[in-house]
Design a protein around this ligand. Structure first.
Ligand code: GDP
Ligand code: MG
Length: 439
């Protein structure tokens, strides 16, 4: 996929004292191919690569970090920009109800998204009303009603014998009469963009004067999704896009091109069929996701301004060579403490956020004290080679540090895991695979 291709590109930049023009050119050639293969619009790719290249050439490599990181940082920022820079929020009318009209091809996920969006709004203490204005697709009305029931949101319907325009109009009146603050109109789609569909949508538009016209597009369709967005936008003046099916095996092309091609921001991302699988779209998070980085980039930024570079260099070398010990761990903890709340930092490290959820790994300042106590109770030899700590010694360490054997076990296990993650990460960032580092 795109993520692993990009990671490959960056790891090739390892071991360079300075990012030379040729390095950048070569890397960008590969980034270009990776993006094209991910079905990103050709023009978008061209501009993107040119921008990154311009920024990357001649830039000095930071003291303690690899050139790969510098370029990833640039690529990340440009990816974020490409997708709109910052989060684009849903409009809110000063004269409620705020009217949201859904549009899109059949099967894109309009009806499902209508339900999900209602749920999101409901969580913010709003009282949405859903309007069933798809009278063509068999069972479309029923589908919306089932969703409405599931989340306890009313659905306005006049069956399938009244025109969608009339349904929308009466539904809006109903919302006003019943103090609903949001109205979401679920409309019909076709298998492809056609004149009749557009005409109906335009009429609904002029009748209800929506604050938001959200185009729902299936991210799995890549370039096609962008073409669909372009043609809808020419006729309807979209205010935003909802990308659905991002949970599937999408190549990323739609997410990366849609804003650049149509000028329309992506407002929401749907990541599954379930009713709560909709989230506001954050360009910076999506960029990190594409790069497979978690929030590693913010961590790098923080580290660059706070960490003793000489020490960091040494740590980096140790991590790469799997020489990282509990002694280093203690020292690292001191450094890390300077960066801010440890819990937040853990979330930023790839793999760690997940570990925290699944393994009940909670780290706070108080617990750091306990961890330090455990490490201090180890012998020098044990700190350097935790593998040798047997059950008896674990009991002694627990007693010595005023903790429990379970805690000691957990720490040693987590330490192993951390070493593994660090190793993986540094390999990915371009550390020498296996052999010793020359630096
Ligand atoms: P509509 O024709 O545009 O109203 O599309 P629907 O809302 O009926 O959705 C079409 C199909 O796509 C349904 O089977 C949905 O469950 C599915 N779907 C919608 N959104 C998502 C999503 O984000 N992820 C996945 N995996 N499936 C989705
Ligand atoms: Mg539908």
């Amino acid at each position: 996929g795109l993520t692993s291709r990009l990671q490959n590109v960056f790891s090739k930049l390892r071991g360079k004292g300075k990012v030379s023009e040729e390095d950048v050119t070569e890397a960008m050639r590969e980034v270009r191919l990776a993006l094209l293969e991910a079905d990103v619009n050709f023009k978008v790719v061209k501009e993107f690569v040119a921008k990154v290249k311009e920024k990357a050439i001649g830039k000095d490599v930071m003291d303690s970090f690899t050139p790969g990181m510098v370029i990833i940082d640039i690529v990340n920022k440009e990816l974020t920009d490409l997708m709109g820079g910052s989060q684009s929020k849903l409009a809110k009318s000063s004269k409620p109800p705020t009217v949201i009209m859904m549009a899109g091809l059949q099967g894109a996920g309009k009806t499902t998204t209508t339900g999900k969006l209602a749920k999101l709004l409901q969580k913010q203490n709003s009282r949405p009303l859903l309007i069933a204005a798809d009278i063509y697709r068999p069972a479309a009305i029923k589908q919306l009603q089932v969703l409405g029931e599931q989340i306890n949101v009313p659905v306005f319907s006049l069956g399938d014998q009244t025109s969608p325009v009339e349904i929308a109009k009466q539904g809006l009146q109903h919302a006003k009469d019943n103090q609903h603050d949001y109205v979401i109109i679920d409309t019909a789609g076709r298998l492809h963009v056609d004149a009749e569909l557009m005409e109906e949508l335009k009429q609904i538009h002029s009748e209800t004067n929506p604050d938001e016209v959200l185009l729902v597009v299936d991210a799995m369709t890549g370039q096609d999704a962008v073409n669909v967005a372009e043609s809808f936008n020419q006729q309807l003046e979209l205010t935003g896009v909802v990308l659905t099916k991002l949970d599937g095996d999408t190549r990323g092309g739609a997410a990366l091109s849609v804003k650049a091609v149509t000028g329309c921001p992506i407002k929401f991302a749907a990541l599954g069929e379930k009713i709560d699988a909709l989230e506001p779209f954050h360009p910076e998070r999506m960029a990190s996701r594409i790069l497979g980085m978690g929030d590693m980039l913010s961590l790098i930024e923080k580290a660059q301004s706070n960490i003793d570079t000489e020490k960091a260099k040494e740590m980096e070398r140790k991590m790469r060579n799997a020489e990282f010990t509990f002694e280093d761990f203690l020292e690292q903890m001191d450094q890390v403490k300077k960066l801010g709340p440890i819990d937040q930092l853990m979330d930023m490290i790839p793999g760690m956020g997940k570990m925290k959820q699944t393994k009940d790994l909670k780290v706070d300042e108080k617990q750091m004290g306990r961890i330090e106590a455990i490490v201090h109770s180890m012998t020098t030899h044990e700190k350097q080679q935790p593998d040798i700590i047997n059950h008896n010694r674990r009991k002694r360490i627990a007693a010595g540090s005023g903790t429990s054997v379970a805690e000691v076990n957990r720490l040693i296990k987590q330490f192993d895991e951390m070493r593994r993650v660090m190793k993986q990460f540094s390999d990915m960032m371009g550390g020498p695979k296996g052999g010793k580092n020359k630096a």
